[in-house]
Design a protein around this ligand. Structure first.
Ligand SMILES: *[C@@H]1O[C@H](CO)[C@@H](O)[C@H](O)[C@H]1NC(C)=O
Ligand SMILES: *[C@@H]1O[C@H](CO)[C@@H](O)[C@H](O)[C@H]1NC(C)=O
Ligand SMILES: *[C@@H]1O[C@H](CO)[C@@H](O)[C@H](O)[C@H]1NC(C)=O
Ligand SMILES: *[C@@H]1O[C@H](CO)[C@@H](O)[C@H](O)[C@H]1NC(C)=O
Ligand SMILES: *[C@@H]1O[C@H](CO)[C@@H](O)[C@H](O)[C@H]1NC(C)=O
Ligand SMILES: *[C@@H]1O[C@H](CO)[C@@H](O)[C@H](O)[C@H]1NC(C)=O
Ligand SMILES: *[C@@H]1O[C@H](CO)[C@@H](O)[C@H](O)[C@H]1NC(C)=O
Ligand SMILES: *[C@@H]1O[C@H](CO)[C@@H](O)[C@H](O)[C@H]1NC(C)=O
Ligand SMILES: *[C@@H]1O[C@H](CO)[C@@H](O)[C@H](O)[C@H]1NC(C)=O
Ligand SMILES: *[C@@H]1O[C@H](CO)[C@@H](O)[C@H](O)[C@H]1NC(C)=O
Ligand SMILES: *[C@@H]1O[C@H](CO)[C@@H](O)[C@H](O)[C@H]1NC(C)=O
Ligand SMILES: *[C@@H]1O[C@H](CO)[C@@H](O)[C@H](O)[C@H]1NC(C)=O
Length: 598
């Protein structure tokens, strides 16, 4: 039997371990490093490369919300804490609000998925770092300013991190969760354009589309099959004039590496059992009262134990410490929700295998000058997926091509004290995945590209009110080969390229904001695996991050080999190619991108 297949059977062996029949253990939980490192005086600091949060020059009002040691927490209720808005802060008008997660861990432990919710609204989806014998620490800072309205009242904070501790997996996660409130400066020149009312400002209400407490689990919905449809009923006030659904997604176990899953005919013909299939395409689909209002084609986050854990120490995978969430503008459908009655949002995942953790936050803007708004959906189209798949294989070797595309669009108006505003929301998706299996199933190459376009355009009777265009591109290249060693271990070699790119233009009452992000990781490594543990190995990562935006530019070029940083260059000059906002035109109420998105 080939090594790749052994890879998967080992996984299943691992999953059938009594302590490991959990939704929180990833397929690559296979790779746990038991390398005995030379003693170091201090813990290793892991980090995710990302731009800094631009802060105002005011002194923050900070407080520690939760301090907890996550030991044997799997299948237990989330850890709860009471949240009260900052009491002794000189101002209650905040320019920036930052959530800070700080953690330490020592010993050996799996990468664990976790979520942080406030009043059922998810604030952070993340993955823990894998510790080493000499200890590690890491910090995640997230701008949570968009949740401002939620933070103005008492709430319950919930953190679910399902960890298992035994004589082998000894790592306990020591965690502090804090919030820093940065008061707005009096002159308001630094208010991110967010103090005004209306489009572009923060939502007035955030409705959780997640599971209710109490639970012995996370507040996310767990989707295990393509036929699963999990939903939440909710109501919104009758004076809403805008609604955006923010979707959080993570994938685990048989779908942790969904983009490398093989078609079912390959599995059947080769008599493979317990082998994750359904091909490499996945899509999260959102319905409102049964209507497909939008989709998410997720970024391929690789968790800290994924592919080769040495690649992610200390530079972690893109998005792994702060998984991206995805906004779907559902304002065109608002008319159907303004009847004061209960409505339902449901999630499905096309081709899903167990398990996907999905939930959402519904951001709602309310008309302060009226008790009732009205709206009407004018047009909606969500055509079925266009799928092309070609397989050509003989035995365990072959080539597979999958291409998929889709677009979803809707147009509707809402009448409020802001006038009669017509919103057009469009999503365009394109996906291609080319896979090669060779060396009798031991070698796999995955070459995948996701294009994910969003546009929102809101216009009044005579002028444009608000506009967003976002072009996301997620490239992925993964090469892996496994070579048997005579003594029951094997060498796994992997090369990886992982990219998250986004070009974004946003215009509204606050002005024009333009940004470009190019974030690319390359990794090469080799590990010797025995049982389900990594016994020796090498991992090398190079990352180039460049963000050019109206309010800040940032780049970082960093590389590591095993735990050692080879170079690390950081800068804050804008790239020469970056076009200042003046070059972008707001014409005819439409935003025109001068030049292609990439
Ligand atoms: C959490 O906060 C406490 C009190 O400030 C501090 O002693 C501890 O070291 C902190 N732990 C972490 C993981 O930051
Ligand atoms: C919020 O919580 C604080 C502290 O428990 C309490 O004193 C206060 O009365 C609460 N406020 C409301 C509106 O319930
Ligand atoms: C407004 O605040 C910013 C940031 O603190 C400061 O740089 C600027 O000088 C202030 N402008 C005036 C007119 O006070
Ligand atoms: C699959 O199993 C069937 C029935 O046991 C057997 O006839 C066939 O030869 C097997 N095929 C392969 C490729 O092993
Ligand atoms: C399938 O692959 C085989 C071996 O690589 C090749 O000879 C054959 O032409 C391919 N068939 C098609 C339809 O592409
Ligand atoms: C909505 O936006 C899409 C994409 O920008 C555009 O093709 C379409 O014509 C717009 N529809 C309306 C009714 O404005
Ligand atoms: C995304 O938008 C760009 C620029 O308008 C366009 O060229 C491309 O075809 C779009 N892709 C999809 C999948 O909608
Ligand atoms: C989608 O991708 C395919 C293959 O990469 C390409 O031929 C096609 O033009 C793309 N379509 C859009 C709308 O981007
Ligand atoms: C297993 O075999 C490999 C290569 O043949 C060798 O490097 C390694 O030391 C061996 N390990 C054990 C535990 O025998
Ligand atoms: C893997 O990476 C190594 C080191 O960069 C390179 O020499 C090798 O050609 C790569 N192999 C593949 C198949 O990408
Ligand atoms: C680190 O890299 C070296 C080669 O440079 C390799 O021999 C060693 O096994 C790697 N692993 C550790 C943990 O040092
Ligand atoms: C990053 O730095 C390395 C080493 O100095 C250099 O070779 C590479 O070109 C740099 N990459 C970028 C994108 O600047």
């Amino acid at each position: 039997m080939s090594r790749s297949l052994l890879f998967f059977s080992l996984l299943l062996l691992l999953l059938s371990h009594p302590l490991s029949t959990t939704a929180t253990i990833h397929r690559t939980a296979l790779f746990r490093s038991q390398l005995i490192a030379a003693p170091t005086p201090s813990p290793t600091t892991y980090f995710q490369v990302t731009k800094p949060i631009k802060l105002p020059h005011t002194k923050p009002c900070s407080y520690l919300l939760l301090q907890h040691d996550f030991a044997f927490t799997y299948g237990k209720p989330p850890i709860l804490a009471n949240y009260t808005p900052p009491q002794n802060c000189p101002s209650h008008n905040f320019a920036k609000i930052v959530l800070e997660w700080r953690a330490t861990c020592k010993g050996r432990q799996f990468d664990r998925i976790f979520g942080v919710w406030l009043g059922g609204v998810e604030l952070l989806r993340s993955c823990t770092a894998e510790p080493r014998a000499t200890g590690i620490d890491w910090t995640v800072k997230k701008d949570i300013t968009r949740y401002d309205s939620l933070l103005k009242s008492n709430q319950t904070l919930a953190v679910y991190l399902g960890n298992l501790v035994d004589s082998t997996y000894t790592g306990v996660y020591h965690v502090n969760v804090s919030i820093h409130f940065y008061p707005a400066v009096v002159n308001r020149s630094f208010d991110e354009g967010n103090s005004g009312s209306g489009y572009g400002s923060r939502a007035d209400l955030i409705v959780p589309i997640s599971r209710n407490l109490p639970l012995n689990d996370g507040l996310w919905f767990e989707i295990e099959h393509s036929t699963d449809k999990l939903s939440k009923k909710f109501e919104i006030p009758q004076n809403a004039y805008r609604a955006v659904l923010e979707v959080y997604v993570s994938f685990h176990e048989n779908d942790e590496f969904w983009y490398s899953n093989l078609p079912n005919d390959y599995i059947t013909v080769n008599n493979l059992t317990n082998f994750p299939g359904n091909g490499p395409f996945r899509e999260v689909l959102v319905t409102l009262d049964g209507i497909e209002v939008g989709a998410v084609w997720p970024f391929t986050v690789i968790y800290t134990g994924g592919v080769n854990p040495l690649l992610w120490r200390p530079i972690t995978g893109i998005g792994s410490f702060d998984l991206p969430s995805y906004d779907i503008e559902i304002t065109p459908f608002l008319g159907t929700m303004l009847d004061g009655k209960t409505h339902e949002i449901a999630f499905r995942v096309t081709n899903a295998l167990n398990v996907w953790f999905v939930d959402a936050n519904l951001h709602v803007w309310l008309d302060k000058k009226s008790l009732k708004t009205e709206g009407h959906l004018l047009r909606h189209s969500s055509l079925p997926l266009v799928v092309t798949s070609v397989s050509n294989f003989t035995g365990l070797n072959g080539k597979f091509l999958t291409s998929v595309s889709r677009s979803i669009s809707s147009v509707g108006w809402v009448k409020s004290s802001h006038g009669k505003i017509t919103t057009n929301s469009t999503q365009g998706f394109n996906y291609s995945n080319f896979m090669v299996m060779g060396n009798d199933g031991n070698m796999q190459i995955v070459n995948q590209m996701i294009d994910f376009n969003d546009s929102v355009h809101a216009k009044g009777q005579s002028s444009s009110i608000y506009s967003i265009k976002s072009f996301k591109r997620f490239p992925l290249y993964m090469y892996s080969d496994n070579v048997d060693q005579a003594n029951g271990s094997y060498i796994s070699v992997a090369n990886l390229t992982l990219g998250f790119n986004e070009e974004r233009v946003e215009a509204g009452g606050f002005g024009l904001s333009v940004s470009s992000l190019k974030n690319l990781q390359n990794g090469q490594g080799s590990i010797r695996v025995k049982g389900n543990l990594v016994v020796s190995g090498l991992g090398s990562t190079q990352q180039a991050y460049r963000y050019d935006g109206s309010e800040l530019c940032y780049f970082r070029n960093v590389s590591s080999l095993n735990y050692t940083i080879l170079y690390d260059k950081v800068g804050n000059t804008c790239s020469k190619k970056f076009q200042p906002p003046g070059v972008w035109g707001l014409r005819n109420g439409g935003l025109f991108l001068l030049g292609g998105p990439f």
